[in-house]
Design a binder for this molecule. Structure first.
Ligand SMILES: CCCCC/C=C/C(=O)SCCNC(=O)CCNC(=O)[C@H](O)C(C)(C)COP(=O)(O)OP(=O)(O)OC[C@H]1O[C@@H](n2cnc3c(N)ncnc32)[C@H](O)[C@@H]1OP(=O)(O)O
Ligand SMILES: NC(=O)C1=CN([C@@H]2O[C@H](COP(=O)(O)OP(=O)(O)OC[C@H]3O[C@@H](n4cnc5c(N)ncnc54)[C@H](OP(=O)(O)O)[C@@H]3O)[C@@H](O)[C@H]2O)C=CC1
Length: 264
């Protein structure tokens, strides 16, 4: 997702997991696939000072670490601080899941989704707080999802995202005195090739009719919300979740077709 806008964030530094761009802001983008990250850096370099950091957010060593001599390493947080000398924003955007009925989810699959969406967000945020925000303050944005009525067919991610929404509130209170704000953004349905490839049918075409606006959202519409919550314009907003879904989370769509009811 394209995260920053010109002018608003000049001189500020952001660490964004799962891609995202820096326009008018210095940015580290962090995910597992270095080849894809390097490609994104090449595309975005003309628009801002941007670096790629290979990091599996599920892996504490990737997220954390200084080495035993406290030398800088290539880990996500330390390398951002080394390159840019400061850190103002963390956007926990990295995440994903696969569609499956709960009874079909293996323990390995459950753990993969919980570790990616919940543990990864916890590790990244804890590390940024310890290494920088505790002393200097900052803003955290957690990208969650429309799980407000449960998440049939994706119960693992529903549970993880609901937990992240709850963490958002805990952190907002725990770290307020250190000048840290923590908010969440809950996108509705936005086209994503990786999600498309996870489905056996054309999920995005079908989803369109389930959205009151009768269209999908765009990455820019999500990034506008992220930018607002990062900006001083949101300085009195803490612990909130902003739904960016054109009202989709209020609409009675069924993600799993229920053909009929059996007698009790
Ligand atoms: C109504 C429509 C809503 C659409 C809204 C879209 C929302 C989005 O979030 S868009 C972004 C979505 N993108 C993705 O979700 C793609 C990324 N997904 C993943 O990376 C994986 O799904 C992951 C999160 C589970 C983690 O993958 P990884 O760490 O690489 O783990 P493995 O691939 O090795 O899988 C571990 C384990 O997980 C189970 N599993 C994985 N994929 C599936 C699948 N498609 N179906 C069923 N089970 C799956 C499986 O148990 C895997 O173990 P093995 O069986 O030993 O491979
Ligand atoms: N598209 C949509 O409709 C919606 C999306 N969301 C959420 O918004 C976020 C962005 O989604 P979108 O851009 O559409 O999807 P993408 O699948 O394109 O982006 C997900 C990103 O997360 C990264 N990622 C996944 N696992 C890890 C990991 N273990 N460590 C580090 N990075 C990881 C991936 O990079 P890599 O594989 O290189 O690690 C990828 O860049 C995700 O959290 C998604 O679940 C929420 C609601 C709806």
């Amino acid at each position: 997702m394209s995260v920053f806008r010109p002018g608003l964030f000049t001189g500020r530094v952001a660490l964004v997991t799962g891609g995202g761009s820096g326009i008018g802001c210095q940015v580290s983008i962090a995910s597992r696939n270095l080849e894809r990250l390097d490609k994104a850096v090449e595309e975005l370099r003309p628009r801002g000072d941007i670096q790629a950091v290979q990091c599996n957010i599920r892996n504490e060593e990737d997220v954390r670490s200084y080495d035993w001599l406290f030398m800088w390493t290539s880990a996500a947080v330390t390398s951002t601080l080394k390159t840019f000398g400061r850190l103002d924003y963390l956007v926990n955007n990295g995440g994903g899941q696969f569609p499956a009925l709960s009874e079909d989810i293996t323990l390995k699959g459950w753990k993969a989704v919980i570790e990616t969406n919940l543990t990864g967000t916890f590790l990244m945020t804890r590390e940024v707080y310890r290494q920088h925000f505790e002393e200097h303050g900052g803003v955290v944005i957690n990208i969650v999802a429309d799980m407000f009525r449960g998440f049939p067919m994706m119960s693992h991610t529903g549970a993880a995202r609901a937990a992240v929404e709850n963490l958002t509130k805990s952190w907002a209170t725990e770290w307020a005195e250190n000048g840290v704000r923590v908010n969440a953004v809950a996108p509705g349905i936005v086209f994503s090739p990786s999600a498309r490839d996870n489905y056996s049918f054309d999920v995005f075409s079908e989803a369109r009719s389930e959205i009151p606006a009768k269209r999908l959202g765009t990455p820019e519409e999500v990034s506008s919300a992220v930018c607002f919550l990062l900006s001083p314009g949101a300085s009195f907003i803490n612990g909130a979740t902003l739904r960016v879904d054109a009202g989709g989370s209020l609409y009675s769509k069924l993600m799993k077709v229920i053909p009929g009811s059996k007698p009790p």
